[in-house]
Design a protein around this ligand. Structure first.
Ligand code: NAD
Length: 465
C-alpha cells in the first residue's frame, strides 16, 4: 500500500512521472490542466502536487490543505505560487531552478541575434516573394557593449556566450559578489543606470519582484544610448510595456525582443503593431532537454522530500537543521524545548518574545533565505518560536510557519545578540512578555552535549532539556 500520493497538475515530461512511479511508496495521479475549483476539492488528499506555470496556487486553493506537505514547481519561476500562503500552512515549496537554465540562455542568444539581424521579418518577407536586402540591414554584436541585469544562472551563461562574441559585458546585480563578475570577465556596475548608459544591448535576467517590476520605464530608457536594443526573456513587467512601445516606435530604441508579457497570453497587445518589437510565446524553457531536466529534477526532489531525506531547492525553508554544525544543532533543540517550557510556564496572552543569542558561537549567520520573507530570523529564534507556538496554539506548527503564526497573533518577535549575559559566555535566552507577566528562560549546551536550562525567571537552576 503506497504511503504517499502525488498529483501532477500540468504537463511534465514522462521521465519525471516515471521517477515518481518507480517508488513503491508513491501513488501518482496525473490530471494535467485541472482547473482550480476541481483541484481545490481533491488537493487535500495528496501529500504533494507538482505544477508548472499552468496552475496558480492561491491562498484559496490551499485554504484547507489536508495532507498536502509539498508543492513542487517543474521550472524556476514561482510567481504562480503564493509562497507566503503556503508557508503559513506549513507547506514546503520547491522548484527546479537549474533544469532549464541553458534553454532560457540559448533563447536569449537566439532572440538577441535575430533581433539585431531581423531574421524573423526577413524570413516572412522572403517567403512572401520579396528580395529586399536593403530593408534587412542589421547590426553586429562584435565589440558592442552588453548590459546584463541580473547576473544569476541565466545571466551568467548569457554573459559567457556574449564574451565569446567578443562583446564587452557589464552587469548590474546588487546581490552578487564582485568576485563572481570578475571570474566571468564582467564589469559589475554600482547602479542599473550606469549599466544602461553604456549598453548597446540590454538583457534582463532577474526574477519579477516588487523591486524589479517596472524597473525600466521611460525615465530609464531615456538614459540609454540612442539605438540600443532591449531583450527580456525573464519575466513580463520588468520593462514597462507601454514605455517600451513608445521607445521602439520613436526610434529611441532600435528594437526589442521579448519572450514574456505582463499578462500571458497577451490579447490585442500594443506590441503586436510595432514592427521592431519581436515576440515569442514564453518559450524560453521549451527545449526537449529543458523539459526533461525540470521534470526529472523536481520528481527526484519530491521523492526525497516525501521520504524526509532532503529538501533541496525548497524556497521557504529558512534553514536546514542538519546543515548546522553539530553543536549548534544542540542549541537549536534546546531552544525548541525552552519554547515548550515558556509556553507552559508563562501566564497570560503572549505579546512579545525575544530570543537572545549570547557569545561568539552565534556571531555567524546560520540562516539561509531564498525568497522574500518578512522574517529574517536565525534558526535558533525559529526553533524557540516553533516550540512556543506548538504549545500555545492548537494547530500544525512547523519551522516554516511558526513566525507567520506568531505574527498573525500580533506577537512581537525580536532577535538580539550579545557578547555575554550576567556571568555566562555562551547562552540562549528567551524572554516572554504577556499581558500578565514577563519571564526569562536561559540555557546552554554543556561539553557533554546536554542542553541545560540555567535560568528560570529570577532563579538559577540546572535542568536537563
Ligand atoms: P537566478 O536566481 O539564478 O538569477 C536571478 C538574478 O537576479 C540573481 O543573481 C539576483 O541577485 C538578481 N536580482 C534580483 N533582484 C535584482 C535587482 N533588483 N536588480 C538586479 N539584479 C537582481 O535566476 P535565473 O535562473 O537566472 O532566472 C532569471 C529569470 O529568468 C527569472 O525571472 C526566471 O523566472 C526567468 N526564466 C524565464 C524562462 C522563460 O521561459 N522565458 C525560463 C527560465 C527562467
Amino acid at each position: 500500500m503506497p504511503k504517499y500520493k502525488v498529483l501532477i497538475t500540468d504537463h511534465i515530461s514522462q521521465d519525471g512521472v516515471n521517477i515518481l512511479k518507480a517508488d513503491k511508496d508513491i501513488e501518482v495521479d496525473v490530471k494535467a490542466g485541472i482547473k482550480n475549483p476541481d483541484l481545490k476539492k481533491i488537493i487535500g488528499d495528496y501529500d504533494a502536487i507538482i505544477t508548472r506555470s499552468g496552475t496558480t496556487v492561491t491562498p484559496e486553493l490551499i485554504e484547507n490543505p489536508g495532507k498536502l506537505k509539498i508543492i513542487g514547481r517543474a521550472g524556476v519561476g514561482l510567481d504562480n505560487v503564493d509562497i507566503e500562503a503556503a508557508s503559513m500552512k506549513g507547506i514546503i515549496v520547491m522548484n527546479a531552478p537549474t533544469g532549464n537554465t541553458l534553454a532560457a540562455c540559448e533563447l536569449t542568444m537566439a532572440m538577441m541575434l535575430s533581433v539585431v539581424r531581423k531574421v524573423a521579418a526577413a524570413n516572412q518577407s522572403t517567403k512572401a516573394g520579396e528580395w529586399d536586402r536593403k530593408r534587412f540591414m542589421g547590426i553586429q554584436l562584435y565589440r558592442k557593449t552588453l548590459a546584463v541585469i541580473g547576473l544569476g544562472r541565466i545571466g551568467s551563461n548569457v554573459a559567457k556566450r556574449c564574451k565569446a562574441f567578443e562583446m564587452k559585458v557589464v552587469a548590474f546585480d546588487p546581490y552578487i559578489k564582485k568576485s563572481k563578475a570578475d571570474s566571468l570577465g564582467v564589469e559589475l556596475c554600482e547602479t542599473m543606470e550606469e549599466a544602461l548608459a553604456q549598453a548597446d544591448v540590454v538583457t534582463f535576467h532577474t526574477p519579477l519582484t516588487d523591486e524589479t517590476h517596472n524597473m525600466v520605464t521611460a525615465k530609464e530608457i531615456a538614459m540609454m544610448k540612442d539605438g540600443a536594443v532591449i531583450i527580456n526573456c525573464a519575466r513580463g513587467g520588468i520593462v514597462n510595456e507601454l514605455d517600451l512601445v513608445e521607445a521602439c516606435k520613436s526610434g529611441k530604441l532600435t528594437a526589442a525582443g521579448l519572450d514574456v508579457f505582463e499578462a500571458e497570453p497577451p490579447v490585442n497587445h500594443p506590441f503586436f503593431d510595432v514592427e521592431n518589437i519581436y515576440v515569442t510565446p514564453h518559450i524560453g524553457a521549451n527545449t526537449a532537454e529543458g523539459q526533461y531536466g525540470v521534470a526529472v529534477i523536481i520528481a527526484e526532489q519530491v521523492v526525497n522530500a516525501l521520504h524526509g531525506r532532503s529538501y533541496k531547492n525548497a524556497v521557504n525553508i529558512p534553514f536546514m537543521k542538519t546543515q548546522l554544525p553539530e553543536e549548534m544543532q544542540r542549541y537549536f533543540t534546546l531552544l525548541e524545548s525552552m519554547g515548550h517550557m515558556a509556553a507552559q510556564l508563562t501566564k497570560g496572552r503572549p505579546e512579545y518574545i525575544e530570543v537572545q543569542m549570547v557569545g561568539q558561537k552565534f556571531e555567524e549567520d546560520f540562516g539561509e533565505r531564498t525568497f522574500d520573507t518578512p522574517f529574517n530570523f536565525q534558526p535558533f529564534t525559529i526553533a524557540g518560536l516553533k516550540g512556543f507556538m506548538e504549545v500555545a496554539v492548537a494547530e500544525n506548527v512547523s519551522f516554516i510557519n511558526a513566525p507567520y503564526i506568531a505574527k498573525e497573533r500580533n506577537i512581537d518577535i525580536v532577535e538580539t545578540k550579545a557578547s555575554n549575559y550576567i556571568k555566562f559566555n555562551d547562552l540562549v535566552v528567551m524572554k516572554v512578555r504577556t499581558d500578565k507577566e514577563e519571564k526569562i528562560y536561559a540555557g546552554t549546551v554543556f561539553a557533554d552535549n546536554t542542553g541545560r536550562l540555567l535560568i528560570y525567571d529570577k532563579y538559577y537552576t540546572d535542568l536537563i532539556c
